[in-house]
Design a protein around this ligand. Sequence first.
Ligand code: DOR
Ligand code: ZN
Ligand code: ZN
Length: 427
Amino acid sequence: MITVIKGGRVIDPYNGKDEVTDVVVEGERIKEVGPYKGRADRIIDARGKVVCPGFVDIHVHFRDPGFTQKEDLYSGSKAAARGGFTTVCCMPNTNPVNDNALVSHYIVKKAKEIDLCDIFPIGAITKGERGEELVEFYTMKNAGCVAFSDDGMPVRNAFVLKQALTYSKSLNLPITLHEEDVNLSAGGVINEGYYSTKMGLAGIPNCSESAMIARDVEILKHTGGHIHICHVSTKESIKIIERAKEEELHITCEATPHHLSLTEEETDGFNTYAKVNPPLRTEEDVKSLQEAVKNGIVDALATDHAPHDEKSKETTMSKAAFGISGLETAFAVLNTYLVEKKIISLPELIALMTYKPSTIYHLPRGTLSKGKLANITIIDLNKEWMVNRKEFVSKGKNTPFHNKNLKGQICYTMYKGKITYERGNDF
Ligand code: DOR
Ligand code: ZN
Ligand code: ZN
């Protein structure tokens, strides 16, 4: 079966390509990229559209096993496809926690059965994410884990992190960190500042994140290995990471669409849909993060897709769950707030959503190179639309972007040569 995606603007940053041409897919793989006159079983008209590698999200929560009322591997996969993603890495804060090979095997097997996107599991660093006893890294790697993280929780005990880094170094896998000093953020629900004072809510200060990153950079200097920092949210964190990179430490970091576009102001009026950890910060922090994306200190963009059921959000600010359902708005948010505002170019955005995140976790994904899996996203860049959370296919309808206008919409997602999403034909 030969499919030809005809006449689109093909952007493949890994191969330095940005030109109007055809992409030819044979079976599961890319046959060639270039003008094509041969036989075709199926033609997709991409004139006026952007054609790029399927997006790669190295930070999602699919809640399966255990919290499947919030999301499961099937609904999460559908949300990924609708957002233009063909590869995701799922965090281990499930129930049971993905701290052993049985859980990893379950995820890998179910993902293959669903077959709407790649789902690579991230194993926990410690048993039960309790921060005490390390998991069996080697067994977990063999079970398919591509990184280790206690996301949702920081690694409080510095000695545990030192040990984890030592083991992961020998396996050549990153330790991925949710950076938070729980003593500094204790009880906090939104950013510590004007709005926390106005609403009388406990705040989470910037230093809760940056102090922990500073500690972990020092540990990294001692052990070697690779640290990847999740969802960077403060200007102080950026400075520390920049300095560590100057010292040529192996440190990478990601930023989320919401931290790059929204400020703490969204939480005004006790808006639980804007409650997320780390919290939305100030204009100054957002500007600093945008600058860090532009100058390459931020290595990848990742959604931290954190779906929740209605009852976890339809409650008080203090009781509401932290998290934003991010997969279905990610591209449009980033295009609207970074590309339209001329902070980065479209090829730069696509690089940060495809081959750059893949590189961090050593995933052979994110390019349109000949012979690679045909994971492809087709985008209508000029389409303006208003987010309606009720249209999400994710079980998590929790988004602060509801009713916001965005530019850029996914038309098709192709995974291994198969169409997994087609706009107007949601399945
Ligand atoms: O907002 C968040 N939600 N931050 C986290 O670290 C965890 C995540 C979740 O699992 O809901
Ligand atoms: Zn986190
Ligand atoms: Zn997370």
